[in-house]
Design a protein around this ligand. Structure first.
Ligand SMILES: Cc1cc2nc3c(=O)[nH]c(=O)nc-3n(C[C@H](O)[C@H](O)[C@H](O)COP(=O)(O)OP(=O)(O)OC[C@H]3O[C@@H](n4cnc5c(N)ncnc54)[C@H](O)[C@@H]3O)c2cc1C
Length: 304
């Protein structure tokens, strides 16, 4: 069960109901809500209900889009990255006709006004930023499909709030950006959301196997224990990712003087990303999901 079940009831109302049940009658045996998993993104209502802090603006914004070349762009499938003081831009050919491009700049204040205006995004990227980049970059931005143009201020949650905050309360928890919004500088926000889903699924699946489907909201077979296990397992990794992403953005957008170049090109790209940290970030094994067939259980998903 997740926040998808809120189609007929608002998430805020649902949380009010849970709060009321928890306070009035914690041993209530007929609570119909087994688990609430808040996967409601960066401005999560569930995270707010858990008492997590509001996401902060990182002082940078990002634009991105998809350029279409019906006649073919003629590029090799190579990622190109350009860095300048306070700006980083790049593109990735996805196939023979489409190129994904992005731009990250130290420009937080202008984020909101541009977000829903594709023409303005394109105009400003071309006029304000692309001038210092190779002419082909401007060509790519000009060829963008308007429906794919996005602009957003980069947000993150304070890592100590992710680590020490309440990531769950009873049978309620959060996954993905609702738990750990991070800047996109390691390209890990969505990946971490997927890892969350696997780890949470593993903890709940193992509980279902252990209890033969007989899960309770109180006592030994308490689903809150599975959620607690999920939170304990995830918080180290996602806190590290929030910190790592922020530092990665700082070093990559830091400019081109010699020591920033040394930090970025030698320490960050070669030593950290290409060496000691690379495999830890992308090669993480979040375990195997248990094989749970509810049909074989004594009490398929019985709730006490
Ligand atoms: C510029 C940029 C580049 C990025 N690049 C990468 C990358 O390369 N790799 C990567 O892994 N990640 C990347 N990310 C991060 C990634 O996009 C997010 O981490 C990911 O989308 C988070 O997924 P989510 O499901 O947690 O939240 P979301 O994708 O935000 O989904 C939340 C959903 O909840 C819904 N919702 C919100 N409130 C309610 C409510 N009250 N009731 C019901 N539904 C609700 C929303 O409508 C939305 O559909 C990037 C982010 C940005 C901004």
């Amino acid at each position: 069960m997740s926040c998808q079940m809120t189609q007929s009831i608002s998430l805020r109302r649902l949380l009010q109901l849970i709060q009321k049940h928890m306070m009035l009658c914690p041993q209530l045996s007929f609570i119909w809500l087994m688990v609430l998993i808040g996967c409601d993104g960066i401005h999560s209502t569930v995270a707010r209900w858990l008492g997590l802090s509001e996401p902060l603006n990182a002082g940078r914004s990002a634009g991105l889009g998809l350029a279409v070349f019906p006649e073919g762009h003629g590029l090799n499938k190579e990622v190109r990255l350009f860095v300048d003081a306070g700006m980083r831009a790049g593109y990735v050919p996805l196939n023979d006709n489409e190129i994904y491009w992005f731009l990250v700049c130290n420009c937080s204040a202008e984020g909101e006004s541009k977000a829903r205006n594709p023409e303005l995004i394109q105009k400003e990227v071309l006029e304000k930023y692309a001038k210092v980049l190779p002419p082909f970059y401007s060509d790519i931005v000009r060829r963008s499909d308007a429906s794919t143009l996005h602009w957003a201020p980069l947000m993150f949650r304070h890592p100590w709030n992710v680590f020490f905050g309440n990531l769950s309360k009873g049978n309620v928890t959060v996954v993905g950006d609702a738990m750990h919004p991070m800047t996109p500088d390691l390209g890990q926000g969505g990946c971490q959301a997927l890892e969350d889903a696997v780890v949470l699924g593993r903890h709940i699946g193992n509980l279902l196997i252990k209890t033969k489907g007989h899960i309770a909201t109180t006592g030994d077979n308490n689903v809150a224990q599975a959620i607690d296990g999920y939170v304990k397992e995830r918080k180290w990794r996602v806190t590290g990712m929030v910190i790592g992403s922020y530092l990665s953005g700082w070093v990559q957008n830091g400019g081109s003087n010699w020591w920033m170049r040394f930090l970025r090109d030698v320490i960050f790209y070669r030593f950290l990303v290409g060496g000691v940290l690379g495999n830890k970030v992308t090669g993480y094994d979040c375990g195997k999901l248990p094989d749970v067939s509810l049909g074989e259980m004594d009490n398929p998903c019985k709730i006490d």
